[in-house]
Design a protein. Structure first.
Ligand code: ARG
Length: 569
């Protein structure tokens, strides 16, 4: 509640006009227990030293201030000096009505006028997506949608790894072991197969490795035959990626892979040299980052080749020029932390003013093993989603046997893919996720299917009402909360905008999943504890109306998470 925090800062300033602070850090927080008010401020505790008073005395002086804003019914001082704020119930009811009518459900457009470039997904080309590719695409696309919803202009860029060392190995592999027919039917599997064969050979045969390097140099210097092969690899990989993106619901504004910047690499190094930032060391061009306590950043290898860092430096410059962003946000796994620290440090030395954030996430594990890119036996993302859909189908066949086959399949696709996405999103990104089917598909826990079912149940309440009372107009019945559980539900609804802002700015989709799960649970105790359709006229209408607002918020939240909602499951 930005508004309440602002008021609180003013209240402190009025109570302590002589204080040598503007109280800018003061905020109020949501409470989890109604005993502590609807919102709480603990600032008095931190100000005791500065104001030379006991926290409780400070809180009492603030609470004794003459005026309360419209939204507050009362303030209480509690414990050592907490300020507990209680919202006015009539104000709360009007607020819920207004937010329900608002396109963004009361979410402030905090990003208006700002541009962010988001770099997520960004897989290395010519191999199928595997389970390790899920998190960057998934977390990235949620942060992307959240930022758009908050009014940011977002440029989602898929920074494909399409110009790296793997191409020398793949070209050699394809030339010697390639199978035309397999290339037609399953191109990525075939490319991966020849890559692995060729890669194995580099280990045993040093001349093979040299030949791979030579093919890469040929490609990078514009050899027609290698370029043609590379273009074919790209085209086939892209078709396959697009199919996966449709399945995952991932969309980009631009797809500028590393190759897009290939003509800018030499200029990038020349610029670093001209500015005295890059210097020669053992035949390579490097930027020393001792001040930042980081290892040297190599921008040109002793063999003349460019590095991953060079490519990212060229990319930052190009993005600044093309999109003039306020911030560039990168979403990759934890193993790239050092890389981005180095790149960002060099960018600061170059004087770039753009904000640069690296959001890293932990690896996803199945209980048995960690997924690793290089070794064989990796689980393909496609296969994981197939299994999710078939597991979902089994559940739906059991619970909704009256649906026809096609419908069941459609629902299973939404529930299956949703379950996988949600299992990832509901974790703190920085933690290691252990994926289990039981948890992902749980109908009674913090899972995608649980929320999709919750939504469908709410939708069915509305349908039943409409069936029984076709003339009813719950949308215009003024809200009012005579049961504590209704008020608890309303309090959660009005937090939606704050939750989205926090989830986006802290780069944590799990802030939103936690909120939706809590909302669905609160709704379910509302539904179980107070009569709806059997309530007297008027009460019935406003409960159905409140139910509708919950459905809208749930749907919007799930939408932002990339989960489809279904009116019927
Ligand atoms: N292609 C890299 C990988 O698969 C991720 C690229 C991330 N983005 C970037 N601008 N470096 O690990």
């Amino acid at each position: 509640m930005g508004m309440l925090s602002g008021w609180m800062r003013g209240a402190f300033a009025r109570a302590f006009p002589e204080a040598e602070t503007d109280f800018a850090d003061i905020g109020v927080a949501e409470t989890s227990n109604p005993e502590f008010g609807d919102y709480q401020c603990n600032a008095a505790m931190g100000l005791a030293k500065l104001l030379r008073q006991a926290p409780r005395a400070i809180a009492e002086r603030v609470a004794a201030g003459p005026e309360l804003p419209d939204c507050l019914a009362r303030i209480e001082v509690a414990g050592p000096g907490f300020l507990n704020l209680y919202l006015d119930s009539a104000w709360l009811a009007r607020y819920v009505e207004r937010m329900a009518a608002d396109k963004t459900l009361g979410t402030p457009a905090v990003g208006a006028g700002q541009t962010v470039v988001m770099d997520y997904g960004s897989p290395n080309m010519t191999k199928p997506l595997h389970i390790g590719h899920l998190r960057s695409h998934n977390i990235g696309s949620v942060l992307d949608r959240l930022h758009r919803f908050l009014g940011y202009r977002v440029v989602a860029d898929n920074h494909l790894g399409d110009w790296g060392t793997q191409f020398g190995i793949t070209i050699m592999g394809y030339r010697h072991f390639g199978d035309e027919a397999a290339m037609q039917t399953a191109p990525l599997e075939e490319l991966e197969r020849v890559y692995v064969l060729s890669y194995e050979k580099t280990k045993a045969d040093p001349t093979w490795m040299e030949q791979c390097r030579a093919e890469l140099v040929k490609l990078q210097s514009g050899d027609a035959e290698n370029l043609e092969m590379w273009e074919m690899f790209m085209r086939l990989s892209m078709e396959e990626l697009d199919r996966m993106y449709a399945r995952l619901g991932v969309k980009y504004d631009v797809v500028h892979g590393e190759s897009y910047y290939r003509d800018k690499l030499a200029g990038t190094v020349a610029n670093l040299q001209a500015k005295g930032l890059a210097v020669e060391s053992e035949g390579a061009q490097v930027v020393f980052l001792e001040e930042e306590k980081l290892p040297v950043c190599i921008v040109r290898k002793s063999d003349g080749g460019f590095n991953y860092a060079t490519s990212d430096l060229a990319t930052v410059a190009a993005r600044v020029e093309e999109f003039n962003p306020d911030r560039i946000i990168y979403i990759t796994d934890e193993r790239q932390q050092l890389h981005f620290k180095q790149v960002f440090a060099v960018c600061r030395r170059l004087g770039f003013e753009v904000g640069l954030d690296h959001i890293w996430f932990g690896l996803m594990r199945l209980p048995e093993a960690t997924f690793s890119t290089r070794e064989g036996n990796v689980i393909k993302l496609d296969a994981l989603l197939d299994e999710a859909e078939s597991r979902a189908l089994a559940i739906i066949q059991a619970s909704s046997s009256d649906m026809d086959d096609a419908q069941q399949r459609e629902v299973a696709a939404a529930v299956g893919v949703g379950a996988v996405k949600y299992a990832d999103l509901s974790q703190n990104p920085q933690s290691l996720v252990t994926f289990t089917w039981d948890k992902a598909m749980a109908l009674d826990g913090n899972s995608g299917p649980y929320l999709q079912y919750a939504y469908a149940r709410i939708a069915s309440v509305r349908d039943k009402y409409a069936e029984r009372y076709p003339e009813g107009t719950p949308e215009t019945e003024p809200l009012c909360f005579d049961e504590a559980i209704e008020r608890a539900l309303a309090l959660r609804l009005i937090r939606f905008g704050d939750v989205l802002t926090r989830a986006a700015h802290q780069y944590k989709p799990n802030v939103l999943t936690d909120y939706l799960y809590d909302l669905a649970q609160t709704y379910s105790s509302f539904y179980q504890n107070v009569p709806f359709l059997k309530a007297p006229e008027g009460v019935r209408e406003r409960r159905v109306r409140l139910c509708g607002v919950v459905a809208t918020v749930l749907k919007q939240g799930l939408d932002l998470l990339g989960l489809q909602t279904l009116e019927r499951i």
